[in-house]
Design a protein around this ligand. Sequence first.
Ligand SMILES: [Zn+2]
Length: 97
Amino acid sequence: MICPSCEGIGVIFLPFSPKIKTLPCTRCNGLKEVPEEMKVWMENGELLKSRRIDKRFTLRKAAKFLNIDVTELSNMERGVIEPNLNIQYYLIKVITQ
Ligand SMILES: [Zn+2]
């Protein structure tokens, strides 16, 4: 499917820079398309994020709680990588209790 982050142009524009700068899209790595299953990753990631925010966990605190890297959790929430099912279990069942 067409990359939802760059909308299929392969680059993202950096805001707030004096000149217009672009970077290769971090979601599709400039490939302009992403695997179909990424749609599901993104939906699951949004669920993780909303659960975490409901519980007033910062990204850093949640990552520490789960003993994973902040970047990894951030990527899961953004659907850049497939959310780990155990992580989902923790966020939904443990943190939200
Ligand atoms: Zn992209």
